[in-house]
Write a protein that binds this ligand. Structure first.
Ligand code: 3PG
Length: 206
């Protein structure tokens, strides 16, 4: 979550596009890539993207233990889930892979803290109330850090990153639908990588 300010959330329909898309993102400065398990091509895409030097490829939309093991078998280096269930949480923690489960309220965070988790995806960030909501929900949990995702754009990302509890944001806007425009992807990645977090400097490392 500290490697780059934006994690591209990727929906890959054709595994043949995975390698060029990953190269374009890494060339633009975004190394941490979340491939959502929403398409048949996703696991192959994870395998392909790992071939890019410097990439850190994880799986998103991991809903249960079956998804978790499929993603890890494909080489996923981190696991993102839209929510937090007891079964997935326990299995993900046991696997040792970095695990970023979704939360949308205080109860979700408390369930995560009970499991020893402190880093969460705030999802769906805009629909769940935006910056005001995260500021309020996170106030009792000074130890918790967040990656808001859902409805965020390049224009709004900096405002989210200015929150002290936000380490990075996620979003699908960096890679458009359809045949990939690699130059546009690299340009979008570059714009994301350039986002600063000056509003929360200096901050203590957890
Ligand atoms: C996710 O899975 O994290 C979201 O679907 C990404 O949200 P966005 O498409 O609104 O960026």
């Amino acid at each position: 979550m500290r490697t780059s300010p934006v994690i591209p959330v990727l929906v890959i329909d054709d595994a043949a596009t995975a390698l060029p898309i990953a190269r374009a993102l890494v060339a633009g400065g975004l190394k941490v890539l979340e491939v959502t398990l929403r398409t048949k091509a996703a696991l192959d895409a994870i395998r392909e993207m790992q071939r890019v030097d410097g990439s850190i490829v994880g799986a998103g939309t991991v809903l249960n233990e079956t998804d978790l093991h499929a993603a890890l078998d494909a080489g996923a280096e981190f696991i993102v889930a839209p929510g937090l269930t007891e079964t997935l949480g326990r299995a993900a923690i046991k696997s040792g892979a970095p695990f970023l489960p979704g939360i949308a309220n205080a109860g979700d965070i408390m369930r995560g803290l009970d499991m020893g988790l402190t880093h969460f995806k705030f999802f769906p960030a805009e629909a769940a109330g935006g910056i005001a909501a995260l500021r309020a929900i996170s106030a009792p949990f000074g130890m918790a850090k967040f990656c808001p995702t859902g409805g965020i754009t390049l224009t709004t990302a900096a405002d989210w990153l200015a929150l002290p509890s936000v380490l990075c944001v996620g979003g699908s806007w960096i890679v458009g639908k359809g045949p990939p425009d690699l130059a546009a992807i690299t340009a979008a990645a570059r714009a994301c990588a350039a986002l600063t977090r000056q509003a929360r400097e200096p901050r203590a490392e957890p």
